[in-house]
Write a new protein. Structure first.
Length: 280
């Protein structure tokens, strides 16, 4: 195996680049991510960040091989599948996770936004790996947590803003611009602050990244005074309707409920995936 590099220390129990990382063909990785992973400083930043995580121990593997990128967002997988897909042996080439470890194999960085593989992006994509278990199937408890978050969001928009069109409102349903506006106002991370949340359900993964990298410290802004149903304008005027916050005390209570709902989901995700291997 060519260009096999290993880094090891502390909570990040294993970190490896596997494949031809000096070749011209990026095999599904964007140029910036290849630069980060080929840089001592870039690797060190990833290591230092994940060594501070105390919610779980991670083994991170970055595979850059011909056709490896075709195996993406598989989710939970098996040693047999890894051997067939990458010719890697669990327990030899990569660790067999045990004692609370989680192994994640990255095969590309081909997400639509092409955000470079910074520690934040890696944490975000680990969240995707947990919820995209195409091969084995997703735990129903995660669906229950997402349903609970969706229900809390409907209560918030109904009770705090008197927005009544919530019957089919889901994080997975981006037709409700008001939900995106709500997320981009309460989120304290960069994509929310810059109003660049690509899809409403990406808020879930952004919250997971913040929760994971801050060791459980998920933080929301206070609910905004006004929510909009559209960001479009006609003749210089907004085309949508504004909904005003009608009860700040209730909003504070719901803020705690929403934080608790997300945190419970993330705790369950981590605890149910210990000692497992994922392909992202």
């Amino acid at each position: 195996m060519e260009n096999f590099e290993t880094y090891f220390e502390m909570a990040l129990t294993d970190f490896k680049k596997i494949g031809k990382w000096q070749g011209a063909n990026r095999h599904g990785y964007d140029k910036a991510s290849v630069g980060i992973l080929n840089s001592d400083a870039g690797v060190r930043k990833i290591q230092d960040t994940f060594n501070k995580v105390n919610l779980a121990d991670f083994n991170l593997y970055f595979v850059k091989q011909p056709n490896a990128w075709t195996y993406e967002q598989i989710g939970q997988t098996t040693p047999e599948f890894i051997k067939k897909a990458f010719n890697l042996e669990v327990g030899k080439d990569i660790k067999d996770p045990e004692n609370g470890e989680i192994s994640v194999i990255f095969t590309n960085n081909a997400a639509a936004e092409r955000t470079p593989l910074t520690p934040w992006t890696i944490a975000h994509r680990i969240g995707h790996a947990f919820l995209s278990q195409k091969q084995i199937g997703r735990a129903s408890s995660i669906d229950d947590h997402i349903d609970n978050i969706d229900k809390t969001l409907r209560y918030i928009l109904d009770d705090c803003y008197e927005y009544r069109k919530t019957s089919n409102l889901r994080m997975t349903n981006s037709q409700h611009y008001i939900l995106r506006d709500f997320f981009e106002n309460i989120g304290t991370f960069r994509s929310a602050r810059l109003k660049k949340l690509p899809r409403t359900f990406e808020f879930f993964y952004e919250c997971f990244a913040q929760w994971l990298l801050s060791n459980g410290n998920l933080k929301f802004n206070d609910f905004p005074k006004v929510l909009k149903t559209s960001n479009r304008k006609a003749w210089g005027k907004d085309t949508g309707r504004d909904y005003m916050l009608v009860d700040e005390d209730l909003a504070d209570n719901y803020k705690s409920d929403l934080t608790y709902a997300f945190e419970n989901a993330f705790k369950d995700i981590i605890n149910s995936n210990l000692d497992k291997i994922f392909i992202m």
